[in-house]
Structures are given as C-alpha cells and as structure tokens.
Design a protein around this ligand. Structure first.
Ligand SMILES: NC(=O)c1ccc[n+]([C@@H]2O[C@H](COP(=O)([O-])OP(=O)(O)OC[C@H]3O[C@@H](n4cnc5c(N)ncnc54)[C@H](OP(=O)(O)O)[C@@H]3O)[C@@H](O)[C@H]2O)c1
Length: 168
C-alpha cells in the first residue's frame, strides 16, 4: 500500500506563511503540534525550509528537494525533483504518512496528489514574502476536524480538510 500524502501548513489571516526564509511568528504550542503530528512519517520540503530546520530529526525521515546536486544537510535525504523525492519518501521504512511541508511552489505542485490538508489558521495578519496558494479550498472542500485555541497569546485554530468527507 502506498503511503498517504498529506499537506501540513500554518497560515496567517492574509495568507502569509513565511518571511525572510523563516516563520513570521513564534507560537510554541502550534509548533509542538506540527512536530508531534509529523512524528513517525516522512517530511518532504523545499531546500529553503530544510535549511530553516538546519538538521534532521531521528523520529522520522526528512527529505529536502533541490536542483543542487552538491547539497547536503545532516539528517536529511535529498531529492533532485519532486518525483524523485516522492519515490524516496514512498520507499521510506517509516510507518507514517508523507507530509508535504512546503514551501509555496511545492504545496501548489502537490495539491493533486495530496488527500488531506492539515492547516493551522493563525488568527492575525503578518508581513510576509511567501504565501499559501489561495485556491486550496477548491482542492480540499471538506472540513474534517477543527480545534480552536482562542486564548493562546496568538489565537489559532488547527483544522484538517480533505478531498473526501472521511472520518479522522
Ligand atoms: N507557515 C508554514 O507552515 C510554512 C511552511 C513551509 C514554509 N514556510 C516558510 O516559507 C518560506 C520557505 O518557502 P519557499 O517557498 O520560499 O521555499 P522552499 O519551497 O522551502 O524552497 C525552495 C527551493 O526548493 C527547491 N525546489 C522547489 N521545487 C523544486 C523542484 N520541483 N525540483 C527541485 N528543487 C525544487 C529549490 O531549491 P534550489 O534553489 O536549491 O534548487 C527552490 O529554490 C520560509 O519563510 C518558511 O518559513 C512556512
């Protein structure tokens, strides 16, 4: 059985996901949710996101995509195209899903092959230079779960959307 492919992202009210190659916010609880949700799976991300991590983690496989054939990062597997990265991810011994972790172009390019979107709505606007593709609601029309964290310092909601109205 191929591993399921899910996208995971945190998005500000104005669609921003990144600024100057970093997250525009610091919300430790939301970051912890991201790390625990993706544990045991395979994280696939662009080279800029991988460099933001700096090094891989041992409870999962982490895969960076780059055109640079000399690129390496401790604890990361490296793929040189999306296709190659996804083949490597499917071959991983990790039991969990493949998690598409961005950035912008990689989200857009994997809309058609991802069955779920794990999206955290950060309930504020932020300055940014990287955005989540606006057309995601057409791709993932069904809200499968929602948890609001209204009293957090920066309020946010953690949601799962799907292509089909499945139980999660
Ligand atoms: N809020 C969130 O949940 C979230 C999630 C993800 C990212 N972000 C933010 O978004 C920003 C990073 O995202 P980004 O979109 O700028 O960059 P990115 O996707 O992390 O990295 C872009 C790079 O990935 C490589 N790449 C992408 N597609 C490729 C392909 N098909 N084949 C080969 N290589 C490919 C290229 O690397 P080379 O130039 O080396 O060839 C490209 O320059 C940061 O600010 C980060 O914090 C936020």
């Amino acid at each position: 059985m191929p591993k399921p492919i899910y996208q995971i992202v945190a998005v500000a009210r104005n669609g921003v996901i990144g600024l100057n190659r970093k997250l525009p916010w610091r919300i430790p609880e939301e970051w912890d949710y991201f790390i625990s949700t993706t544990s045991g799976g395979v994280m696939v991300m662009g080279r800029v996101c991988a460099e933001e991590f700096g090094q891989g983690m041992t409870d999962r496989d982490m895969l960076a995509i780059t055109h640079d054939t000399d690129f390496s990062l401790p604890g990361f597997l490296v793929g040189h195209s999306l296709k190659e990265a996804l083949e490597m991810a499917q071959a991983s011994p990790q039991p969990g899903p493949i998690w598409i972790c961005g950035g912008e172009q990689i989200y857009q390019e994997t809309f058609d092959i991802s069955s779920r979107l794990y999206i955290s709505f950060i309930q504020r606007e932020f300055d940014g230079d990287t955005y989540f593709p606006e057309d995601w609601r057409e791709t993932f029309p069904h809200e499968l779960s929602r948890q609001d964290y209204a009293t957090a310092e920066v309020p946010y909601s953690v949601c799962i959307y799907g292509k089909e109205p499945e139980k999660v």
